[in-house]
Write a protein of this length. Structure first.
Length: 669
């Protein structure tokens, strides 16, 4: 594959050890041995929130997709754990008051440093056509612009990539590693490749955008631009290499068996290479194992003399039965089989720190039931075997079926959220609502939006901190410029934040502080229509059935009331204008003649909406739905009319009470 005998007898650098030759199609690399390479960035389900049944379904579907790949196909899957700047810079947040700004600064200080990591996964697929390399080389040297055999193989490879992506897209979010145009400061468009960036990271340990040359040839030299020094502890550039090999598998596997690696506070690249086999080749290989173990069940002399009292080697018998089961599964088409090589690559400038990392990582792997060793003499060979499309370095013969392979691969990982707010109505690249912590080293970028929707429901037992979480969300929401917050609180839990952030806090039920005039703004037809429906809802709350005659009377009275000046549009004024006795009887409770007149029958509305408003409604909630719903419905109307397109957060504490009433539920909907 990499013989240089026609040119020189010795390798002179890292490019001589790399298999990459040319970019022949979007996202497809032709390698030196005639094979093709393509890849995806993948994201699986969250391991923390997925059930065992969900994870088992992922493994099963992955097995069904991969078992169709036969001899000539190879998979490389890399789980790359890297450090991240978890918290956005200070200039990303608006925070109009010093209190919420201070809260954000304290959290930024906590999340500072390089102790925060996240894991990304890359799946690369390699296919080597089943014809001699010399045939392709001969056609190329003969001056043929496009080899028919090469083009047919490339077309077949592309079709299989599409089928594989279709099969895996139900369990993985897949983004193809292809080229894209990126304009520079001078306005020129440069073509960059995500696939090249991944190969560059695997071969040099540096992650950065890689431009595609105008003639995308000699990729080994383009992607291997580091000095490599071999030895027991190889050095790549100014960093030392340590490679851990998983050379012993547990007796049984389960989905996401290596999920604990996602919690480690160090950078690594966990590489799994699987060389696929056809059903015939896999059965032939398994059968050789079966025969070997069968021959060890009884000693040779016992078999030669046909000893009836011979003692069977129980271990060999169990291994033979296990091979028989594996052979049955492969021949039945339930699984496929292949050669699995699993390694973990660590890099660091300090060799002692690197060895400490390697020992810590080995202990973690061993606690999961795997055999693990730190490579020494074989370190360079093991590292080369982790490169995508490398099928010759560190080839391990023991076979693994595709269902066990699915359990070992990083098909699921800790979900870290979106580092930017996903709402399309916010400014582009807006910071996430908050940065949290999933475990000791993985950040979680918390957003309440899924696209343009931000509906959020919080459940929890009494005293678990639901109100505290609501106050925290409100404080962090102040990071968006011109943000507006309207909170309906219970128990004064949001009063400290509102007071510190210079917001407006109203204790509804205290007539000295706040009183409403719901009919004051009925100048427009739209407002009069709303006011008529609001009066009708008061009748329904008082157990009156609203008939067409009632609606006609309400409409006539509202038209008359609209001719009055604003200070003469109270509920009492409406009470005197309306001519229907049942309507008068129904709304009397909400006028100064009734118990709720102190809140709803003011001559002038003294509610002025600001950017941060909290309404304490515990006392109001104790009065029952007949008194609670009219007030909240009016407040929601005022809030609805105040919406101007700026980021707005509506917080409902103890929302189950509000959502329990059909009138209020319809208003929220």
């Amino acid at each position: 594959m990499l013989k240089l005998i026609d040119y020189r007898t010795k390798t002179r650098g890292l490019p001589d050890l790399l298999p990459y030759a040319a970019l022949i199609a979007p996202g497809i690399v032709l390698n030196k041995d005639g094979s093709f390479l393509a890849g995806w960035e993948v994201r699986g389900q969250d391991t923390a929130s997925s059930t065992e049944s969900d994870l088992s379904q992922v493994s099963s579907r992955f097995n069904n997709a991969v078992k169709l790949l036969g001899s000539g196909w190879m998979l490389h899957m890399d789980a790359i754990r890297s450090s991240h700047r978890a918290y956005p810079p200070a200039d990303k947040g608006y925070f109009p008051d010093p209190v919420t700004r201070l809260i954000d600064d304290e959290r930024r200080e906590f999340f500072s440093g390089n102790r925060w990591f996240s894991t990304s996964a890359i799946l690369t697929v390699t296919y080597k056509p089943n014809f001699q390399d010399s045939k392709i080389a001969g056609k190329a040297q003969a001056g043929v612009a496009t080899s028919d055999a090469l083009e047919k193989a490339r077309s077949y490879f592309q079709n299989m990539l599409d089928e594989l992506e279709d099969a895996l897209s139900s369990i993985l979010r897949m983004e193809r590693l292809v080229e894209y145009a990126m304009p520079d400061a001078d306005g020129f468009d440069w073509v960059q490749s995500d696939l090249f960036s991944h190969i560059q990271y695997c071969t040099t340990g540096t992650l950065h955008p890689v431009r595609v040359p105008q003639t995308p040839m000699y990729l080994d030299a383009l992607l291997g631009g580091e000095t490599l020094v071999g030895g027991i502890v190889p050095r790549l550039g100014n960093r030392h290499l340590a490679v851990l090999s998983l050379d012993g598998l547990p007796q049984e596997s389960y989905p996401a068996i290596l999920r604990d690696l996602d919690a480690l506070a160090l950078e690594y690249r966990f590489s799994s290479r699987f060389i696929c086999l056809d059903q015939y080749d896999a059965a032939k290989e398994i059968n050789s194992y079966r025969k070997g173990w069968r021959q060890q069940v009884f000693r040779f002399l016992d078999q030669f003399f046909n000893n009836p009292n011979a003692r069977a080697n129980r271990d060999a018998l169990l291994m033979a039965e296990d091979a028989e089961t594996a052979l049955t599964e492969v021949q039945g088409g339930y699984v496929s089989a292949g050669y699995l090589t699993t390694s973990i690559v660590l890099m660091h400038e300090d060799q002692e720190q690197l060895q400490d990392w390697a020992r810590d990582l080995r202990r973690t792997v061993q606690t999961l039931g795997f055999g693990c060793r730190i490579e020494s003499i074989n370190a360079l060979e093991a590292w080369l075997g982790t490169h995508p499309a490398n099928s010759y370095a560190k080839l391990r013969r023991p076979m693994v079926n595709t269902l066990n392979l699915a359990d070992l691969l990083p098909l699921s990982s800790v979900w870290t959220g979106s580092p930017v707010c996903p709402c399309p109505f916010y400014p582009p690249n807006s910071k996430p609502l908050a940065v949290l912590m999933t475990d000791n080293s993985t950040p979680f970028w918390f957003n309440i939006h899924a696209g343009d929707l931000g509906h959020t429901l919080i459940f929890g037992p009494t005293g678990a901190g639901k109100s505290t979480l609501l106050a925290f969300i409100a404080a962090q929401f102040r990071c968006y410029e011109n943000a507006r917050i309207f909170a309906f609180d219970k128990g004064m839990s949001m009063f400290p934040l509102c007071f510190g952030a210079s917001g407006d806090h109203y204790n509804i039920g205290n007539a000295e502080q706040l009183a409403f005039a719901p009919l004051q703004r009925i100048d427009s037809e739209e407002e009069r229509t709303w006011a008529e429906e609001w009066i009708a809802s008061l009748m329904e709350l008082q157990q009156f059935t609203v008939m067409p005659a009632h609606r006609n009377a309400i409409h006539t009275a509202m038209q008359t009331l609209a001719a009055n000046p604003p200070h003469l549009r109270s509920l009492t004024s409406f009470y005197h204008v309306v001519q229907d006795r049942e309507i008068k009887e129904a709304i009397q409770h909400y006028t100064v003649q009734g118990a709720m007149g102190r809140l709803l029958d003011a001559d002038a509305d003294n509610l002025n909406l600001s950017r941060f408003m909290v309404f304490e409604i515990e006392d109001l909630m104790n009065l029952g739905d007949k008194n609670l719903v009219p007030v909240l419905t009016y407040l929601f109307r005022r809030i609805e009319k105040a919406l101007d397109g700026s980021p707005t957060l509506l917080v409902l504490d103890e929302a189950w009470i509000m959502l329990g009433h059909p009138v209020f539920r319809a208003k929220i909907r």
